[in-house]
Write a new protein. Structure first.
Length: 157
């Protein structure tokens, strides 16, 4: 993203291959995000071309809602550190609920990371999560093993 030609190069690549950019979600890791005019401009160009944008690991590092607004993201992936423990810690639960409500009011789709059991899944759904991610659905898998992976009615992204 620090390369001023990044967006143009990616758009050119997609155009040459007749790929649909709206079928791709580009993730920007929140903890590595640097708020510079160049990066904001690159993200805006990609968004205008049709790419979907996600902020990953929201809730750690220098997270703030200003960044969510500036890069016009479609998705916000809430870091597992916000999710793990909400089944036993009321303070964490209240914080996560407030963050989720703000993001939903801004029209952002939320991905709750760190879903490790049915109780966390239930709370996340109650809080309006659009997508869930975590070991409750599957462990990291080698790409060579995906053909034998049983989804059991679950969507894996």
């Amino acid at each position: 993203m620090k390369n001023p030609e990044f967006a143009d190069n990616l758009i050119s690549y997609f155009s040459k291959l007749n790929l649909l950019p709206n079928s791709v979600v580009l993730e920007m890791t929140e903890s590595r995000y640097e708020e510079t005019a160049l990066i904001i401009e690159q993200m805006a160009i990609l968004k205008r071309f049709g790419f979907q944008i996600a902020i990953d690991d929201f809730g750690i590092g220098n997270s703030n809602f200003s960044r969510v607004e500036k890069i016009e993201c479609d998705y916000v992936k809430l870091d597992k550190s916000l999710v793990i423990g909400i089944d036993t810690n009321q303070s964490k639960r209240s914080i996560l609920k407030a963050i989720s409500q703000v993001l939903l009011s801004l029209g952002k789709k939320t991905v709750f990371e760190g879903i490790e059991n049915a109780e966390l899944e239930s709370i996340a759904i109650d809080y309006g999560a659009n997508f869930l991610q975590g070991f409750h659905y599957g462990k990291p898998t080698q790409i060579t093993d995906l053909s034998s992976f049983q989804l059991q009615g679950r969507i894996v992204i």
